[in-house]
Every structure is written in C-alpha cells, then in structure tokens.
Design a protein around this ligand. Structure first.
Ligand code: ZN
Length: 655
C-alpha cells in the first residue's frame, strides 16, 4: 500500500477542514481501507463563536457520507468540551448519546455525527483517521490475533480488546489510551474492528495509516497468507432455482428483493471450499460488516423460527451453505452455494451490490485468516448485540417509504427509443430493476444505473432471447414484469401488392417474437413475489384500422387476441395481462421529421394540428404511454387483467 499524498494538491487546500476533506478522500479511494460509508475521520479546530469567544470544535464525519466523496458539509461540528465531558460519564445509552451529539453540534443542518465521535474527541491529536482495513481485520480475526498485532507493531500501537462501537467503546478507549499511549504511539488497533491513526497534521495522520496497513499487508505476505486459492469446478446455473430462491427470500422479507448471482472465479473458488459450511459460519469480519449488510427492516418476531425454517429450506433445496450474516436476519443477505456461487440480496440492485462488495472483502479476509492460522470471528453473542443495537434499530425506523416497484424486475423490448425507452425511465423511477432489449447495441450504455441491464439482441432469435432472460435472472434474481413493446411498421402498402416476405417479417417481430417471450417468461412470472404482470403495447389500428397497413394491423390484432387468451390462461397463476392502445405517438423511432411533415401535408394540416388530431386535441407522448404502462404494473391496477386501454386522446372510431 502506497501513500497517495500529493503536495501540489494538498497545497490547494485553504483550511484545516479542506485538508481533512482531502486526506479523507484519499482513504476513501481504497476499498481495502474503507468500503461504502465505512471508516471515519475528524479534525479539531479552534474557532470563534458568535460571541467572539474561542471554542474548540470537533469536525467529525457525519452519517450518510462516504469518505470517497465527502465534502466539507459532510463533517459535523460538535463542541469538544461537551464531548470530553461525555467521555467521562459512567454510562450513557446509545440513544442519549445520539441526542447529545445532535444537541451539541454548532450547525443545526449538519448531518448526525458519527457514533464514534466521542472516541475521536478522546484521542488528543488534531487529526484522527479510522479505517476497517482488510489487513488489520484479517490479523485481528485469528486465534492469536492480539499476539500477532503486538508482534507486528510492538509498542507503537495501543491495542483495545473488542468492544461494540458506541459509548462503551469510546469510554474504554478514553481510559486505556491515556494509560498506554506514549510519545512513540502511532496508532490504535481495535480488535475485530479496525485501526486508528492520528497526528498533528493531516499528512502525518494519513501516512501513519498507510504505513501501518502496509506493514500489516506485508506481514500477511511474509506469512503466506496473502494469495487465496483460485480453483473451481465449472458449474451450470439453473436460473429457475435462482428465481425460486428469490421468491422464497422475498416471502420471508415481506417484500420483493433483488437477488444477484456472483460467479467470479474468486466467488466460486470460495463457495467450493470443502470447509465452506464451517468457515462461513464463524461470524462476520467486523461489527461494521454486520451493520451495513443489514438494510431490510426486521420482522417483529420469529428470529429463531426463521433460522429453523431457513435450515429446513436449505435442506429441501440441497443448498448446503449459509452465512452467519443472514442467520440474524429475517431475510438473508448473502447466500453461498458451490453451484450457484455467491448470491446477495438487497431491497434494490444497489443494496445487493453493496452487500456483494462487502462480502467479496469478507471472503478474502476469511481465507487469509485461515492461511494465517485460523479465522476466528466475533463470538455469536456480540453479533447478536449488534443486531439489536439501539442505534441500528433507530436507523431502520427512520428509513422512509420505498418507491412502489422497488425490488421488482421488469423486461422491456424495443427499449432503446420511443415508448420502450420511456417505459424504462418510468419503471426505473418507480424503483424497479429493468432489463432492456433492443436491436440497437447502444442499449447497453443507455442508463448509467446499477438497476439497468441493456442487452443488444434480435428478439426474433429464440436462443438469444432465452439467453437474455438468463442474464436478467442472474443479475436481478427473477422477472416480475414484461413489457412487450418492440414492433415494426413497414410503411404503407395495399393488400393487392403486399408480398409474403414483408408479411412474414412483420408477423415475425410483432407476433411470433412476443409469443416466444411470453412462453419463455411464464415460469419466471409465476414466481414473481407480487405476481407477474404483462403490458402489451398494442395499437389504435386494432379497433380502427387504416388502409395500407394490413401487415401491421393484422399482426397487432393477432397479438391482441394472444394477450386476451393469455390473460384467461394465466389468471390462475396470478399473472395480469393488460394492453394499451396508443395512437399518434410521434416521438418514436418510426416517425422521422420528414415522415411527419409528409403525413401532415397529406391531410392539409400543420404538423402541430396533425399531432393533435384527436377528440381531446392533445398531443400524446411516449412518456404518457410509459407512465400508464408503469401504472398498469403498479398497485392501482392490481385487480385488473385482460383490459384494453386506449391512449389516443379520444378517437371517434374507437369510442
Ligand atoms: Zn469503526
């Protein structure tokens, strides 16, 4: 590990707080030091208060900020004098501690200070850096952890036995640090937790962190505990098993979850270890990992029932490993299976991704600790305490209402432009994960979101579509909603000269491909936690056909009949199928400006008047159709199937 300190960049910092931001970001840029909001830093600054009196203020990382991207407002200013007084109290409940932090900050709008604020205050240095560095966590989570740390650092660090983060830890540190620290003290190791360094400048504190972690990494290398095994048997995934698993987990959680399948070499190698069931059960790497893999609210009761159920579940499904993290929770966060690999669970794709990042580090930590003489995690009662930790409970209670389609997965065809693209936006904005299929390969890069998977493919190729569905299930865990949107309109042609090839081509895309997609999606839609939904984008032409559009209108009419029959057949599976019949949606791929101008001229109308050629004299946009599509998938239409709804501004031939 190398220091990333850059004198030129540091020289641009105009204040001590700026320097604090700068070196915090350096720490945050290395995921082996801090991951997803982990770690915290502080600086003590003496400044004038409103009355012109000097006051020492601790600027400490506020909750909700990530060291990698933190800015000055991410540091909460709290009065030092009060923090030091708190550190001398005999006891302080965690909720009262949070209240004291909140009521003694000097900026009301600042975020709530880190729960480790008192600990930062108790360390008598201007700058304090704290990480959960993988290398430190690895060494302290072994049988001889404390002896190894003392062997490695000598008396350069103060070693604090494991205490759960919160007031008790701050008090313990305040006591022990003043006893053990001396001039040569560079840092403080918290067993099973992480490392603190400090100094009278941002650079000194940061570089001590890098130096101590670098020594720990070298220690692991010298003890042949760095390279972890990379060998696995190739396995096949049955995506229906994955979808079934997601359905069951969603049921336990009480709402739909995203389930991600991770099958990297590292993940499969870990999951295929002979001792997996044993080593993965010993406990999490740091209390912080338990805390942050826990994003779902908990069920009110039945933890033990759940554990029993869960064991039964694994027995019945012949999945033979589980992780302790999930054992504490009504729904699991991480599942390990030699065949499927590492599976992570979250309310959203982003949450499942965070869990995956954390567990990727955990796998390395466990394996390195094994190589170093035996992984030994926190004892179970400690984990349990973290689980029911007051502060964690408060955090969970605070989380507000979720978007209506959160945790659900939709697939949209023809997703790169027009109505399809708008559908992707509408579904994403309601919290769904979305898979977009399109002939246009740029679909892969259209949305910069972990909740979107774009696959360039031809939906008339059955194998390609089946493969796309598999990818969707591996990425998000299943399929809840299907939007059949892709279609072609070959241009006007009278029946008398309509050739077979055009007819076949239009039927192939507008009809056959949709039948195939329905058929292939059915087993997944059946497993949707909130029941499957299909929205078919039909056409006004079904009710009110026009001359010269025989192939298009016939294909859409046939698709409409297919949808109605599917609604009859799939009702027993709880799957709803509804159709929208848009008309005159001009912001789609089919309507170029020239075509639009030509059609308007044909009717002797201006383009604007042509666009609003309906009873309500209103323009219909892709977004209108998309929002109605999302709405059909949502709660308000939960009791509607087989419906056909026009989106055409009112058409006298349809009404
Ligand atoms: Zn910590």
């Amino acid at each position: 590990m190398k220091s990333l300190w850059n004198d030129t960049e540091a020289a641009r910092c105009e204040s001590e707080l700026d320097l604090r931001v700068y070196s915090s970001r350096l720490l945050g840029s290395d995921p082996s030091l801090v991951l997803h909001g982990g770690g915290n830093t502080s600086v003590k600054i003496t400044e004038k208060d409103l009355f012109g009196e000097q006051e020492e203020i601790l600027y400490v990382k506020g909750s909700g900020w990530d060291l990698a991207t933190i800015e000055a407002p991410g540091f909460t200013p709290v009065r030092m004098a009060h923090l030091l007084k708190l550190a001398r109290l005999e006891t302080l409940s965690d909720s009262e501690m949070v209240n004291q932090l909140k009521t003694h900050q000097t900026v009301a709008s600042a975020p709530t200070a880190s729960v480790e604020a008192i600990l930062h205050a108790a360390l008598p240095y201007q700058y304090v850096d704290h990480t959960h560095a993988d290398a430190i966590v690895t060494i302290t989570n072994t049988e001889e952890g404390e002896a190894r740390i003392r062997d490695l650092y000598g008396n350069r660090v103060v070693v604090i036995p494991y205490v759960m983060p919160g007031f008790d830890l701050a008090r313990k540190v305040a006591e022990q640090f003043s006893q053990d620290a001396h001039e040569g003290t560079l840092g403080m190791v918290l067993m099973n937790h992480g490392l603190f360094t400090f100094g009278d400048s941002a650079q000194v504190s940061y570089e001590r962190m890098i130096r101590l972690v670098d020594e720990a990494e070298q220690y692991l290398q010298q003890h042949n505990a760095w390279e972890t095994p990379r060998n696995h048997r190739p396995t096949e995934v049955d995506t229906l098993t994955v979808a079934r698993l997601r359905n069951d987990i969603s049921e336990v959680a009480g709402f739909p979850v995203v389930l991600q399948c991770h099958r990297s070499e590292a993940a499969l190698s870990f999951c295929q270890r002979n001792d997996l069931a044993e080593i993965s059960q010993r406990g999490p790497a740091t209390p912080d990992h338990v805390i942050r893999t826990k994003r779902l609210p908990m069920l009110n009761d039945g933890l033990m029932d759940y554990v029993a159920d869960y064991q039964r579940y694994f027995e019945t499904h012949a999945l033979n490993a589980r992780n302790p993290v999930e054992m504490l929770d009504p729904a699991p966060r991480v599942l390990l299976d030699p065949k499927l690999g590492m599976l992570t669970v979250g309310k959203s794709s982003r949450d499942a991704g965070i869990v995956a990042d954390i567990y990727r580090h955990t796998m390395e930590i466990i394996q390195r600790a094994e190589l170093l003489g035996g992984w030994r995690a926190l004892p179970a009662p400690e984990i349990f305490e973290v689980e029911y930790w007051e502060l964690e409970q408060a955090k969970l209670r605070k989380s507000g209402a979720s978007p209506s389609l959160q945790g659900e997965v939709a697939l949209v065809t023809g997703a790169a432009s027009g109505i399809g693209k708008a559908c992707v936006d509408s579904l994403l904005s309601r919290g769904a994960a979305v898979v977009g299929l399109d002939l246009d390969e740029t679909i892969a890069y259209q949305h910069d979101s972990q909740s979107f998977l774009g696959i360039g493919c031809d939906i008339t190729d059955g194998e390609v579509v089946s493969d796309a569905l598999n990818q969707a299930v591996l990425r998000f865990g299943g399929l809840d909603m299907l939007v059949l949107n892709a279609g072609i309109f070959p241009g006007g042609c009278p029946v008398a000269s309509l050739d077979d090839e055009t007819w076949r081509q239009v039927m192939g895309v507008n009809l056959d491909a949709n039948l195939r997609l329905l058929r292939l999606s059915h087993p997944y839609l059946k497993l949707a936690p909130k029941h499957g939904r299909v929205v078919v984008i039909g056409s006004k032409n079904i009710a009110a056909p026009g001359q010269g559009a025989a192939a298009y209108s016939a294909s859409k009419a046939a698709l409409n009949q297919l949808a109605r029959i599917t609604a009859l057949e799939w009702a027993a599976d709880g799957i709803r199928i509804n159709s929208l019949h848009p008309d005159a949606v001009f912001d789609t791929g089919i309507w170029t400006e020239e075509v639009l101008a030509a059609r308007a001229a044909h009717y002797g109308l201006s383009v604007d008047a042509y666009k609003k050629r309906n009873l309500l004299r209103t323009e219909i946009t892709s977004r209108d159709v998309a929002e109605l599509t999302a709405e059909l998938c949502d709660r308000r239409f939960s009791k509607t199937t087989g419906a056909q709804i026009p989106v055409d501004g009112g058409n006298d031939r349809v009404i």
